[in-house]
Every structure is written in C-alpha cells, then in structure tokens.
Design a protein around this ligand. Structure first.
Ligand code: AMP
Length: 363
C-alpha cells in the first residue's frame, strides 16, 4: 500500500474547540501544519491558537462544506460529534480520521462493550435498558450496587447514577434524563488505568505506558505515569488496547479506560478515539506527545516514539484551582499548562500541572 502523506505545510481540520483541540493545534504547529477549528462554542480554547475558526453547529452543512474545503484531513477532539456530520464530510471525499465507523462504536456504551467482548476483552456485567419498565427486572438480575448510565453523551460522571440497596430506580431513571441507558454491575476495582494507543494509516501501532487515574467527583483529578502495576498486567493492557484499535481499523488515537480488579483482571470501561486527559503528561515526559502522535497518525507520517524520558504526575486544575498558577509556575520540576478559558466554573478543566520525576526503572 502506498500511503498518501499529508505533508507539513498542509492544513488539519479539528472538530471541536476545547483544550484537546488546542494542544493538538500547538503540536501540529511544531511540525509546520496549520489548523482550522469547527466548533459551536464561542471563545473556544483551540481557536486562540489556530489559523481559522468556523463557529457553527455540527449540523450546519454549509459550514461543514466550508470547513472541508479549507483542510486536507479532518480529526476530532470530541467523540460525540454527530455521526451525520462526519458522514457528510466523508461524502465530500475528505478523510476523517478516525471516521464514522469508529464513532458509531465509541458513541454508544452498549456498542462499545459488545465490541470489546467480541474481541475477548473483559467488561463489567451489563445490560441495555431502554425504558423504566425494563430497568426494574434488569436491576433484579444485576444485583446492587449497580451503575445506570445513559448510552450516549455521558462524560465526567454526567448522565450516571449509582444504585445502592435503598435507592429508588425511578429517581435514578429520572436523574439520567429518562434516556436509553446501560445498567452495569458495580466493579470493586483496585485501581483505574488507561492506555493510549496510536494507529497509523499503515496499521502500525504504538502505545504509551499504562497510567493510573484518580478521580474526584467523577472527574479526573490525577494521572500517575507509569501506573504502579506489574509488567505482566501492563503488557496485557497495552496488547488489549492495540487489539481494539486494529479491530476498529482506527487511524488516530484511542484511549482505553480500564479497571484493575483485586484478583488482577482488566475490565474495559470506556473507549475514547481522541487525545485523552490521562495523556497530558506525555507532553512533558515523552519524546513524542499524544498530540504530536495524533498529527503523525492522521497525516500518514511514521508514528513517533512513545518512550518516556521521565515519570510524571499530572494534576488537573479544576475551576478555582487555576488561580493558584503563581504557585505552580515557580515550582521546580513542575510544568504549568493553562487553556485560556476566561470563566472558572466549578469542575471546569482550566489547565493542568505536570510534575516530572526522574526515571528510576528501565521498563
Ligand atoms: P465513566 O463515565 O464510564 O468513565 O465513569 C466515570 C467513573 O465512574 C469511572 O472512572 C469510575 O470511577 C466510576 N464507574 C463507572 N462505571 C463503574 C462501574 N461499573 N463500577 C464501578 N465504578 C464505575
């Protein structure tokens, strides 16, 4: 197969204008690419560092056509871009990487888990629940505690409820908005980890070392790189992520969030076909960051080395945490990243700090 490279000097289109798009655009600029953003949100963090921003809804075909005409390849920083928008761009002959087939799986928690199971990967026990009437018997089969999540559009704990023994299923159903859902068995995990794997146009994959993720109020608070797990488990997690990326025929990045159980099993929780918050540490501690790796993958360039030259702990700056920047900027060994967001709402991801720690092992 001869690979048509999209060479430096070309333009990358990014669907979505958040911090993931911003850091992708910064990495693209380092390799001589320009970026065009399409986003429905004014004051998008990615717009501040991009050549052009098209402010439009994802359903606006005239805007999508203008976007397509301005770019050589399209990627995304938000996996919930409507499938129709991606299919429309594909119908215009523009490569969208990753494309609509990957999104169809990653946008639906049931399709995602079905896909992982078919490949022989583990997940929590789960059942689709389309109506309140279906929830009651499903809950009896599953047992409690269980977790009820919307099938689509949930993130950072939005659209989900834990059902403890005394909780009323009707209230939980209403709390998630009464939408088609998935009921999952509650996993008593030992830790949460993630693997970010890149897959190129030629099918080559490169994975970053598995990291541990700690959450507060369902939002990622801290990532520890590498995760303190055995070599055997780390290899298993990396191999599973690569297997999923191959099976999806993905071009770009795939973040696979997993639980590690007390008895040493790995269960896949979620797939995100884009740069991931748990990969921000790679900017400061790896030869090639997840953002540059995405640019390389979607442009048909050889993938770079995901090798880390240091260990790292990444801490998200949520809401008012960002006002502590004067403290972080003078801290030795710390690197501060701010996303240019003007309003520090509670829980909003405003920036992150990566503490880089000299490597002691050689894994
Ligand atoms: P998610 O939106 O699926 O990424 O879930 C957000 C967080 O909720 C996860 O990172 C876990 O900490 C927790 N969680 C989600 N699903 C389960 C589950 N089935 N069992 C236990 N905890 C869960």
């Amino acid at each position: 197969m001869t690979i048509q490279q999209i060479v430096p000097g070309s333009t990358i289109g990014i669907l979505g204008g958040g911090q993931l798009g911003r850091m992708t655009a910064l990495a693209a600029a380092e390799l001589g690419y320009a970026c065009v953003i399409l986003t429905p949100e004014p004051d998008a963090p990615a717009a501040q560092v991009s050549a052009l921003t098209i402010l439009a809804d994802y359903g606006d075909e005239a805007a999508l056509a203008k976007f397509a005409a301005a770019v050589d390849v399209v990627t995304l920083e938000f996996e919930n871009v409507p499938a129709e928008a991606v299919q429309f761009l594909e119908s215009l002959g523009k490569p969208v990487r990753p494309g609509s087939r990957v999104l169809a799986v990653a946008q639906d928690r049931v399709a995602e888990k079905d896909f992982v199971r078919k490949l022989g990967g583990g997940t929590a026990p789960y059942e689709p629940v389309d109506t309140l009437k279906a929830l009651i018997p499903a809950l009896e089969r599953m047992g409690r505690p269980a977790v009820l999540k919307t099938r689509r559009m949930g993130y950072d704990g939005r659209g989900q409820r834990i059902l403890q023994h005394r909780d009323n299923p009707v209230e939980a159903w209403d709390a998630i908005g009464g939408k088609p859902a998935i009921l999952e068995g509650f996993v008593k995990f030992n830790r949460e980890i993630s693997v970010i794997v890149a897959r190129g146009v030629d099918g080559a994959t490169r994975a970053y070392v598995p990291v541990e993720n700690r959450h507060k109020d369902h939002i990622l608070s801290e990532t520890i790189a590498p995760a303190p797990i055995s070599r055997h488990l780390a290899d298993q997690a990396e191999a599973l992520a690569a297997r999923i990326a191959h099976a999806l025929e993905l071009v770009g990045l795939l973040a696979v969030e997993m639980f590690v159980t007390d008895d040493g099993r790995i269960l896949v929780n979620e797939l995100a076909p884009r740069p991931h918050n748990s990969g921000h540490w790679t900017i400061d501690a790896c030869l090639v960051s997840q953002f540059e790796q995405l640019v390389r993958a979607v442009c048909g360039l050889p993938l770079g080395s995901p090798e880390r030259h240091a260990d790292a702990v990444m801490t998200n700056l949520l809401g008012n945490d960002a006002y502590r920047w004067p403290e972080f900027i003078k801290e030795p060994g710390a690197r501060l990243h701010l996303y240019g967001k003007s309003e520090a709402r509670p829980g909003r991801k405003m920036g992150h700090v990566t503490r880089v720690i000299p490597r002691t092992d050689r894994r």
